[in-house]
Ligand binder design. Structure first.
Ligand code: FCB
Length: 468
């Protein structure tokens, strides 16, 4: 019932929206969230396997040991996407499934090779993300260690040797903000550290891993493939025009958004962010040539968007925060519907974001934008057969966000695709299995049951047309 008022308000303004030729419609998942088979084929622990064993780290002590068992059911999942009519599938590779140190794990490599073949056989474009947070636990120091960035290049090349002839789109990282500030400063994600300086180290080394890998993959495939990175953007709005509120909003935006997009697109960290973080910034962090590597040209910038946040200045938080430059930031909720995550539904934020990125960064560089994640968790109520009618909630969320993407294209943003998060209900990190983002439900017996949103989204994908 969440959107009832909006439905009425919007009904008068529904439009028939045609997406451009070649616009990609698909869905996204990540390895640890769906694969299960946690130690098959010699797979060693990732930092998430370890983190899940820490009492209190994940709700109810849940983990990805079984998850959706996609490792064994991948063919069924690919068939499901094909039946729905989805043309692109963004998945991630579990680094510890394919490499144990330097040693290639054949069973893990074979799994991804079979997955890619299955996708291609069904006419679905494979979109590979190299890193969606499941770092091998054995790497000393994790991302705080500069050497991890070198090891990442080796991993990328090993995978490219096997799949580079069939996978055309390669994304280095998913959401480095999460794998640095949320993981090393706030301690909410693996490896659960709470050290601001360590989080800056992690962020820089992640960006370095990205840049070096783009260089290595370019050299390896001679410009055949499309290379890029996925960042999570949370646009920030100041609660008022007061100097204090505007400054807090600037500082949150600095580390959440500009810290990542600016070095990649312009070759430097934003000066104001460097100043804000001066107290934590390690002196020996940035070496000669690092920023040139980080800004190696990419082809596509992946944009993950879920919500926009309003902040005001308040009392500095005592405990750990991911907003290390703005511990005094207090979120202000607006009169908007919220998802089960407590995230405000603000589709126009996506239009503004895409237009901003195109105008300020990607347009002049000829870099395409693709929405690599967008979607919503709701407390779905399955009927007796497990069917979920999410017409008024998830379907409506997707419809309004797709309309915003279409509006951004209309304003000139070069947006080339939209991938819904997520194909399946899955392991939502520290929040376990309760937060369900899937357009397909996964029940206790691991049966896949498409929700109303899946059938609707498939229709949009097949026709490239949205009524919204
Ligand atoms: C993003 C992550 C994805 C999932 C969604 C809800 O931050 O990339 O794995 O957790 O949020």
């Amino acid at each position: 019932m969440l959107f009832i008022n909006h439905d009425i308000g919007w009904a008068g303004r529904l439009m028939l929206r045609q997406f451009p030729r070649g616009f990609r419609f698909g869905s996204a998942t990540s390895a640890y969230q769906i694969e299960g088979a946690a130690h098959a084929g010699g797979r060693q622990d990732s930092i998430w396997d370890v983190f899940c064993r820490v009492p209190g780290a994940v709700v109810r002590g849940e983990n990805g040991d079984v998850a959706c068992d996609h490792y064994h059911r991948y063919a069924e999942d690919v068939a499901l996407m094909a039946d729905l009519g989805l043309g692109t599938y963004r998945f991630s590779v579990s680094w510890p499934r394919v490499l144990d140190g330097d040693r290639v794990l054949p069973e893990g490599m074979d799994f991804y090779s079979r997955l890619v073949d299955e996708l291609l056989a069904k006419g679905i474009e494979p979109w590979l993300t190299l890193y969606h947070w499941d770092l091998p636990a054995a790497l000393p120091g994790g991302w705080t260690n500069r050497d991890t960035a070198s090891r990442f290049v080796d991993y990328a090349l090993a995978l490219h040797d096997r799949l580079g002839d069939r996978v055309r789109t390669w994304t280095t990282l998913n959401e480095p903000w999460c794998s640095s500030f949320l993981s090393y400063a706030a301690g909410i994600h693996a490896p659960g550290q709470t050290d601001a300086a360590a989080s800056i180290r992690a962020a820089h080394h992640l960006l370095l891993a990205h840049g070096w890998t783009v260089q290595a993959l370019r050299a390896a495939d001679d410009h055949e493939n499309e290379l890029g990175v996925t960042l999570n953007f949370t646009p920030v709005i100041s609660a008022s025009q007061s100097a204090a509120d505007r400054d807090v909003a600037r500082r949150v935006d600095g580390t959440a958004n500009r810290f990542f997009v600016e070095p990649i697109m312009t070759g430097d960290y934003p000066a104001d962010v460097r100043d804000d973080l001066a107290g934590y910034w390690p002196d020996d962090l940035v070496h000669e040539g690092d920023l040139a590597a980080i800004s190696t040209p990419i082809d596509v910038l992946g944009v993950n968007y879920y919500t926009t946040n309003v902040f005001r200045a308040g009392e500095a938080e005592a405990g750990p925060t991911p907003h290390i430059a703005a511990p005094d930031a207090v979120q202000v909720l607006r009169d908007l519907p919220q998802t089960a995550m407590g995230w405000e539904v603000d589709p126009d934020g996506l239009r503004r974001l895409l237009t901003w990125l195109h105008t300020d960064y990607t347009g002049s560089a000829g870099v395409k934008l693709v929405v690599t994640e967008n979607g919503a968790a709701f407390d779905d109520q399955p009927d007796a057969d497990g069917y979920v009618d999410d017409t008024a909630t998830r379907l409506e969320y997707l419809r309004r966000h797709l309309a915003a993407v279409h509006d951004a294209i209309g304003e000139g943003a070069d947006v080339d695709g939209y991938l819904a998060w997520s194909l399946l209900d899955n392991f939502e990190w520290a929040l376990g299995y309760d937060k369900r983002f899937g357009i397909v439900a996964v029940d206790a017996e691991l049966r896949r049951i498409p929700k109303a949103s899946a059938a609707w989204y498939g229709q949009v994908a097949r026709t490239a047309t949205l009524i919204g």
